[in-house]
Structure formats: C-alpha cells, structure tokens
Design a binder for this molecule. Structure first.
Ligand SMILES: Nc1nc2c(c(=O)[nH]1)N[C@H]1C(S)=C(S)[C@@H](COP(=O)(O)O)O[C@H]1N2
Ligand SMILES: [Mo]
Length: 260
C-alpha cells in the first residue's frame, strides 16, 4: 500500500480516537497490529459503523503477507465438522452435487456448481485472520471475488446487504435448528479482497475451515467470515433473518460491524 495512504489512515484514526472516547493501550493499527485485537473490540463498540466507514474508506486493502509469514495452519474454529444431514450427503460426494444459490433482490437468481465457481476469475491472497477470542493466523486463501459474481446475478438498487446462510447448526431453537448466518454490506461485498474461498494454503478448502465455500471479509473479525455457505441472499433489511442482528453471533450480542 502506498505510504501516503498509511499516514492518512494513521492520522485519521488518531483524530477519531481523540474526538470520541478515551481508549486504553495501543491503538496503532499499523505499527502493532498484533496488539490490537482487544482494542479492536473496544473500537467496534465505541465508534459507530458510520464513523468507521468514513475512516476506513471503501476500498483500502487489508495487509497482505509473504508466504514465509505463514507459520501455522489456519486454526479451525467455531463449527469444524457439521453433522447436518444435507451437508454430510454433499460432503460424501466431494461436493459435486453442491450448488450455491444467489437469490433475493437480484435480477437473475443463480445456482452455481463448484466447477462453475472455480471457472470464474480467481484471487489468491495471504492475509491475517483475527478471531474475537484473541488469536490470529496468517493463511493463503484462494477464491472468486464476490463483486463480479454479484454482478452476474444483477443486484437490484434496493439491496443493501449480502446475507450468507450456512449448513451448520449452532443450537436447536423453538422452530427447529438455528444455523450459522452472517451478513455484510455491499461495500464490503464488492471489496476487491472479499472472495468466496475454496482454497486454503494451496489445497482444497478442508471441511474444518468451511468447505466447500467460505467468505473472506479481510477488514473484519473472523466471525463475519461465514463458512459452509449454502446461499447468498441480497436484501434491504436484516430484520427477517434470525433475531434480526444480521448474524448468529450478533443475535448473541456481538457487533454487526467488526472492523479491524
Ligand atoms: N458457518 C460458520 N461460519 C463461521 C463460524 C461457525 O461456527 N460457523 N465461526 C466463525 C468464527 S468465530 C471464526 S474465528 C472463523 C474461523 O474460521 P476457521 O475455522 O477457518 O479458522 O469462522 C467463522 N465463520
Ligand atoms: Mo472467531
């Protein structure tokens, strides 16, 4: 990333912190990113989504790393082995019968096989995954950029969010199993590093990390990056999904916008 952008962001970040609430500890996103996870949480809680959006801009790239900086496997977290029958049936077949559905506020709903998705433009990036629990991993992700895929479906002007529905059950609710879901705004959906990943560290994405498809949203925390994606719905409201928080963990109190 060019230097002037870095210093612009550093300046703006500092200014915003000074003008809102006092935060403790290191707050340097650039110099000491490893120390920021806990502060990131404070940030997400303290600054409004709108303010973070202004600071981060729409298309600044998350830092990318060299292959030599991959020091450990991507640590599987959350659901690592879905037991849902429909998922197990697909997994048994190596996901040849898998179809990604793209639906909702689109001109042309899509049903895409993995082969079709792998034939689309691909992007490989080495990035750092920050989990809200306080650990990070650097890994190489390969997938197809989400923006052009959405263009294929033709997103209607009223759409504001891309919502991911997943195969894995988190708990049983009154009306049946409650499955993982997540959502991002269209700005993040169209960000150049937002990909539907099917490859991890040069291999096929394993079940434990979200096979056959998981999203990478590199400027947000790990819980935003839905694994085991079965569909993407374009929507103008998050109210009609789960408890309306926009994601499984958001419905349990996490912030919807988890910028880092
Ligand atoms: N479907 C689904 N997606 C999910 C989760 C999950 O439990 N189910 N956990 C989230 C959390 S909290 C993290 S940190 C990452 C973990 O991704 P990894 O297993 O590839 O490290 O996935 C996120 N996406
Ligand atoms: Mo996480």
């Amino acid at each position: 990333m060019p230097n002037f952008q870095l210093s612009r962001r550093r300046f703006l970040t500092g200014a915003a912190v000074a003008s809102t609430v006092p935060l403790s500890g290191c707050f340097d996103f650039l110099g000491d990113r490893d120390g920021t996870v806990r502060n990131v949480l404070e940030t997400a809680n303290s600054l409004t989504y709108r303010a973070q959006r202004l600071l981060l801009g729409s298309d600044d790239l998350a830092r990318e790393y060299a292959a030599s900086e991959i020091r450990q496997p991507q640590r599987p977290n959350g659901s690592t082995n879905p037991r849902d029958g429909d998922y197990l049936a697909l997994a048994r077949n190596g996901f040849t019968d898998y179809r990604l559905e793209v639906k909702g506020l689109v001109d042309k709903p899509l049903t895409l096989s993995l082969d079709e998705i792998r034939a689309m433009p691909a992007r490989t990036q080495i990035t750092r995954h920050d989990c809200v629990e306080g650990w990070s991993c650097i890994a190489q992700w390969t997938g197809t950029p989400l923006g052009p895929l959405l263009d294929r479906a033709g997103v209607k002007p009223a759409a504001r969010f891309a919502l991911f529905e997943c195969f894995d059950t988190m708990e049983s609710g009154f009306n049946g199993p409650i499955k993982y879901y997540e959502s991002i705004d269209l700005r993040d959906a169209r960000h150049p590093q937002t990909i539907l990943a099917y490859g991890l560290n040069g291999e096929t994405l394993p079940v434990s990390n979200g096979a056959p498809l998981r999203v990478r949203v590199e400027r947000q925390l790990g819980y935003k990056m839905a694994k085991f994606i079965r569909s993407i719905t374009l929507t103008d409201t998050l109210d009609s999904f789960g408890k309306g928080g926009g994601g499984y963990w958001e419905d349990h109190g996490y912030e919807w916008f988890a910028g880092i």
